[in-house]
Design a protein around this ligand. Structure first.
Ligand code: C2E
Ligand code: MG
Ligand code: MG
Length: 238
């Protein structure tokens, strides 16, 4: 019981209204500091602990969504990050169903974020799991898009709702022509596949203006709101 979930808003680029919250794991330490997910998620994956930790995250996210609903934010989904090991070695659909039912939520109240590298681990099995999730109304986004190795022939078949452009391409998009070219291409690719495109790591107004002007649908980053405990996010939303 040492872990906590923080929540970061994802907003519509056009008008800043909230589209959903992303749940991010935090491991607070007695001295007030935090061990970052980048320092322990890999270890949990290597040891298999990610299965039980991931189950805790899914339940905590569902509990958070029911609290959001109690504050008038019933329509604001919570997106949960899921590792490859959870996708391939656990009953992910069963866990999403159990968590949403435990809190009386619709299946679409929770979204799932998967990285392309975890999908490409085993595209055939990934396709089966994603299809069953999709059939039950669980919405899936592709995280850190364009940072791993993905096959377009596999990607085009997957039932996805959105692509998240990784922070490394967004960081200087307004003044780096190469990153701007990549973001334009990813926006065009995502939109022509009928997907919502989300930009991660938006830290300043120039980035936001560039993204909005180029038709990016949703934005996430410190400019739009840092990851915070649920109570603070609800206060921020209000
Ligand atoms: P991610 O899913 O791509 O999450 C986005 C990361 O970017 C988060 O880091 C967030 O705090 C950070 N971020 C958001 N806006 C900004 C910004 O404007 N500037 C900068 N510099 N950073 C920003 P965090 O929370 O450290 O998480 C890192 C990664 O750990 C996540 O990347 C995700 O892959 C993984 N992770 C976090 N929580 C979970 C979890 O519950 N389960 C699993 N399997 N992985 C998780
Ligand atoms: Mg994510
Ligand atoms: Mg990401």
């Amino acid at each position: 019981d040492e872990f906590e979930l923080y929540f970061q808003p994802i907003r519509y680029a056009a008008d800043g209204t909230p589209a959903m919250l992303e749940a991010l794991l935090r491991w607070p330490q007695p001295d007030g500091s935090f061990i970052r997910p980048s320092d322990f998620i890999q270890l949990c994956e290597d040891t298999g602990l990610i299965i039980v930790l991931g189950r805790w995250v899914i339940h905590a996210a569902a509990r958070a969504q029911s609290e959001l609903a109690a504050h008038g934010w019933a329509g604001l989904p919570v997106a949960v990050n899921v590792s490859a090991m959870q996708l391939f070695n656990s009953d992910l659909l069963g866990e999403f169903i159990a968590a949403t039912e435990a809190y009386g939520l619709a299946p679409s109240a929770l979204h799932m974020e998967l990285t392309e590298s975890s999908l490409m681990h085993n595209p055939t099995q990934a396709m089966q799991v994603l299809k069953s999730l999709n059939a039950h109304g669980v919405v899936v986004s592709l995280d850190d898009f364009a940072t791993g190795f993905s096959s377009m022939s596999d990607l085009r078949q997957l039932p996805l709702e959105s692509l998240k452009i990784d922070r490394c391409f967004v960081t200087d998009v307004e003044r780096n022509p190469r990153n701007a070219a990549i973001c334009r291409a990813l926006l065009s690719l995502g939109h022509s596949m009928g997907l919502v495109v989300v930009a991660e790591g938006v830290e300043n107004q120039a980035q936001l203006d560039w993204l909005a002007a180029h038709g990016c649908d949703q934005v996430q980053g410190y400019l739009l709101g840092r990851p915070l405990p649920l109570g603070e996010v609800i206060a921020l939303l209000e």
